[in-house]
Design a protein around this ligand. Structure first.
Ligand SMILES: Cc1ncc(COP(=O)(O)O)c(C=O)c1O
Length: 362
């Protein structure tokens, strides 16, 4: 019986392992610092925009997100033929993987980084060329440029370290690399620099962005990509036709048009990031300088010990206090660290107190 139902499933899909997201608890009494959501509310204009669409829900959404795309173009000073919108930036990354790789055409990336890229490669039955970061998370420019993969996924600023990469380094890569460099800028709004200015210079640069973090709209599922018009045109033919629903298009447009709200929330998050980072430094915990809305820190216990057991102990203790952070035990560069999303001041204060308590009990 099982054979009949499952017999036709492709062998590589049978052995495929799906993406494992961070915990999304259903009760609201958790302090949620595990999936880099924005702790502040989205623009108040989002509500009106969604309400304004309800009566038109019987109609399909704009297949090319016309009005939202125009707003994105105004924000970045690019043209509509350079932009594709997706159901989250994950959707755009997925369309890229579907377009560039199969069993004969590999994907490349550098780890540790966003763990969706290996999942996308696996779905395509594609080989994944993996480069490894060293502990300082600098980019091995030469190794990247020597990659024979047709597409290279690079998260900048990097997750989980929070380290950002400057445009001069990206320029060196883009000049020498023969494939498409996807710079996943999910966190770029929190950074001092981003790669948008390089778009006109390099046709092999493709940037992905999201409304999930800086616009506080993770539940809406809207992201976009910016790149060479010819490539973008090809990607439009690969994506689902109505990949972004009516409510999402209207809400994302309202959010991107409300620049003051966006800027205010960025400012608050950057200030809290500086404050929390300095608290970690005064604890003498090694913490990477963050260009994102999270910090990656190496906990030290009261005996001065650090390492996987210590990180895991704090992670588990925080859970008992209903505080969720992210622990990645599966890589030598992450197993001794915790990734903590920047929350509201009061959430960060509760976290600081919980860390004090853990240190005292250790
Ligand atoms: C590096 C990176 N890229 C992309 C995404 C996904 O963003 P979206 O919510 O737009 O699919 C995330 C989400 O955490 C991320 O960390």
């Amino acid at each position: 019986m099982e054979g009949k139902v499952h017999g036709g499933i492709l062998p590589h899909i049978r052995s495929h392992k799906g993406y494992v997201p961070g915990v999304q608890p259903s009760d609201k009494d958790w302090i949620k610092l595990n999936t880099n959501e924005n702790p502040y509310l989205c623009s108040p204009s989002v509500k009106n925009a969604i309400n304004g669409e309800i009566d038109d829900l019987r109609l399909y959404s704009s297949p090319d997100c016309k009005s939202l795309r125009e707003a994105i173009c105004r924000r970045h000073n690019v043209s509509a033929d350079q932009v594709i919108v997706g159901n989250g930036s994950d959707d755009v990354l997925n369309v890229l993987a579907r377009s560039f790789c199969d069993w004969n055409h590999s994907i490349a990336t550098i780890l540790p980084s966003y763990s969706l890229y290996p999942v996308l490669a696996s779905l395509q039955n594609s080989k994944l060329e993996i480069l490894e970061f060293s502990r300082d998370f600098t980019l091995p420019v030469e190794k990247i440029t020597q990659s024979k993969a047709g597409i290279f996924f690079l998260t900048s600023p990097n997750a989980p370290s929070g380290i950002g990469y400057d445009n001069n380094t990206l320029r060196q890569i883009l000049t020498a690399y023969s494939g498409i460099l996807v710079v996943d800028e999910a966190y770029a709004d929190f950074a001092d620099e981003n790669a948008i200015e390089l778009i006109e210079e390099f046709s092999n640069l493709f940037i992905t962005r999201t409304f999930s973090k800086s616009y506080a709209l993770a539940g809406l599922r809207v992201g976009y990509g910016i790149g060479d018009p010819e490539l973008v045109n090809t990607l439009h033919g690969v994506r689902d036709v109505y990949n972004v629903d009516r409510l999402a298009q209207a809400a994302a447009e309202a959010a991107i048009e409300d620049f003051d709200h966006f800027a205010e929330s960025l400012c608050k998050i950057r200030d809290s990031r500086a404050e929390f980072s300095s608290r970690l430094h005064s604890r003498n915990w090694f913490t990477y300088p963050s260009q994102t809305n999270f910090v990656f820190t190496e906990p030290v216990d009261s005996a001065g010990k650090k390492g996987p057991e210590v990180a895991s102990s704090l992670y588990e203790f925080l859970k008992t206090q209903k505080i969720l952070v992210r622990y990645f035990p599966n890589h030598s560069l992450t197993e001794s660290f915790l990734r903590v999303t920047i929350g509201t001041d009061s959430e960060m204060e509760t976290l600081n107190r919980a860390i004090d308590q853990w240190t005292a009990n250790e």
